[in-house]
Every structure is written in structure tokens, then in C-alpha cells.
Design a protein around this ligand. Structure first.
Ligand SMILES: [Zn+2]
Length: 297
């Protein structure tokens, strides 16, 4: 599995076009990762149309690709070519990242997972579901998604019921229509009221479920919007607790010898603050997976 070495981080400038202020945090995080030597950036190719065929309903997919409203903007952001191309670039990174993780044990896609997108439409700023995409594109592989965003992964949950090789587990502060179902589990936790121990219990149960699926790949969405200073948070995790969360997941994956692709999910504080939280996730991965072993110090 993973040993001392390089972390491949999929990212391109197309992920964060100037017209999308909400995505600027991704570019900031990429520059931080590069400057600190924590990963090697690699620009993926935008996903090809053929790889999307059959993932979403054809009527919706065509509307999104061609900009036919109102469906093209059903995710809640006004459609533009730049917004579409940003999503297609991130989805390209999802597939290349998944393949890299299967080959080398770990990879990062510095992107959102688009976990609210359902089969028939977009929702919650998510146009095409990048988590379900991996299971759709790699039908021979069992894919487990552990989604630790502030918001429940309702879209991925819906896809898990459709795709026999996709298992979805969500731990969230805000349910967002996520209740668990066929091949999916839902854990609502609010740390302010219930304590961080409750969150760790949920993580434990989640990793037991993941292990029970005997997946070929773990896709971990390390959302930063469950941070207690985030305007959207209900989960209420501190910076240190987010880091502990990430360490827990990566250590468990390492124990299980499970390849992991990770991505950053949501984050709505100042871009610089979110980028720093994303950087902490990278540090947690490197620490837990022993990627800094042999480094000077
Ligand atoms: Zn979120």
C-alpha cells in the first residue's frame, strides 16, 4: 500500500473560474499544497461525454451540457459555460483520481463531490454526482463513499439504491433529505449538543459498515462546512476535531489496506480559512498513511 512518497492532487484552473467566487478556495488550497510541498498537482482532462452516459437521466444531462434552462440551472446556480466546464473538469479529476488511488493507494481530487445531484436533476449547487460517477464508470469495482460534509449526501444515497457496486455512508449536521436506504447509511451528529465522542462513535460505525462492504476503493469527502465557524454548519466541529476526523478515516483506511481517493466537499467561510482546513486534511492523510516517513527531521 501507500508508503513514503508523493501525493497526487488533481486540480486545474478550470475547477475555479473567476466567475465563481464560491470556488476560489480551491485555487487557494492548490497553491498552499504546492508551496508547502505536500502534493504534486496534476491537471486532469475534462470528463468525456461518453463517461457520463447513463449516469443521469439523458434529458437532464443534455439540458445541463447544452445550457437549456430551467433544468440546466436546477442545482441552484445560474447556468453558464464556465460553470459547466468547471464541473466537467472536476469530474475528470474524479475519474483520474480514482484510477490513481487504485494504482497507488491514495490520491486527492481538490474538488467538490456534488453529492446532492440526483438522477433526474441537480440540487444544492451540485449538477452531476461525482461520487456516483466513480461507481458508474468502474462497474467492476466496489466503491464505498464516506461523506463527512456538513450536509447529508442525499444524491449519492439515491444513486446507491440504483448502482449495485456503490455503498454510501453519510455523517452530517444537516440532513438535506438523507435518511439511509438500500446500500446507504445516515448518521446525524451535532457536536455542540452531543459532544465529539458521538461523532467518533458515528465514524467508528461508518468504518465498520465500509469494511463490511469489502470495497475496492474508499472515496472520502472531507467537507469543511461542518466547521463550527462556517455559516452553514450545524455539526459544530472545531479545527482540531476536523483534523481528528480526517486522521481517524485515513488511519482506518490504512489498517484496512483500502485505497482512498479524497476530496474536500463544501466550505463557506472566507476562502483562505477554508483552504487552510483543506490543507489540514492533506496533512492528516500524509500523517496517517506514513507518507512523510523518511523525511528530514
Ligand atoms: Zn455541504
Amino acid at each position: 500500500m501507500t508508503s513514503a512518497g508523493e501525493l497526487r492532487v488533481f486540480f486545474s484552473e478550470a475547477y475555479a473560474p473567476p466567475s465563481q467566487p464560491m470556488l476560489q478556495r480551491l485555487g487557494l488550497a492548490a497553491r498552499l499544497i504546492e508551496r508547502r510541498g505536500l502534493g504534486r498537482l496534476q491537471a486532469p482532462r475534462a470528463i468525456e461525454r461518453a463517461a457520463l452516459d447513463g449516469l443521469h437521466c439523458e434529458h437532464y444531462l443534455r439540458a445541463f451540457l447544452d445550457g437549456v434552462d430551467p433544468l440546466a440551472s436546477s442545482q441552484g446556480l445560474p447556468w453558464s459555460a464556465a460553470l459547466r466546464d468547471s464541473a466537467l473538469a472536476m469530474l475528470g479529476g474524479q475519474l483520474e483520481g480514482a484510477q490513481q488511488a487504485l494504482r497507488c493507494g491514495v490520491a486527492m481530487n481538490l474538488a467538490r463531490g456534488f453529492h446532492h445531484a440526483v438522477h433526474a436533476r441537480g440540487s444544492g449547487f451540485c449538477a452531476l454526482n461525482g461520487l456516483a460517477l466513480i461507481a458508474h464508470a468502474l462497474p467492476q469495482q466496489r466503491i464505498a463513499v464516506l461523506d463527512c460534509d456538513e450536509h447529508g449526501g442525499n444524491g449519492t444515497e439515491e444513486f446507491a439504491a440504483r448502482l449495485g457496486n456503490l455503498h454510501a455512508v453519510s455523517i452530517f449536521g444537516t440532513r438535506f433529505g438523507c435518511y439511509g436506504g438500500l446500500r446507504s447509511s445516515a448518521f446525524p451528529v451535532r457536536v455542540r449538543e452531543q459532544g465529539f465522542g458521538k461523532y467518533l462513535d458515528a465514524l467508528n460505525q461508518a468504518m465498520e459498515i465500509v469494511a463490511g462492504c469489502r470495497p475496492d476503493l474508499l472515496v472520502y469527502q472531507a467537507g469543511a462546512d461542518c466547521h463550527r465557524d462556517d455559516p452553514k454548519n450545524q455539526a459544530g466541529l472545531s479545527t482540531r476535531e476536523l483534523f481528528q476526523r480526517d486522521l481517524f478515516v485515513f488511519e482506518a483506511a490504512h489498517r484496512l489496506q483500502l485505497p482512498v481517493l479524497f476530496l474536500v466537499g463544501g466550505g463557506y467561510q472566507r476562502a483562505r480559512r477554508v483552504a487552510q482546513l483543506n490543507l489540514n486534511t492533506v496533512v492528516a492523510a500524509r500523517t496517517a498513511l506514513g507518507m512523510d516517513r523518511g523525511a528530514a527531521g
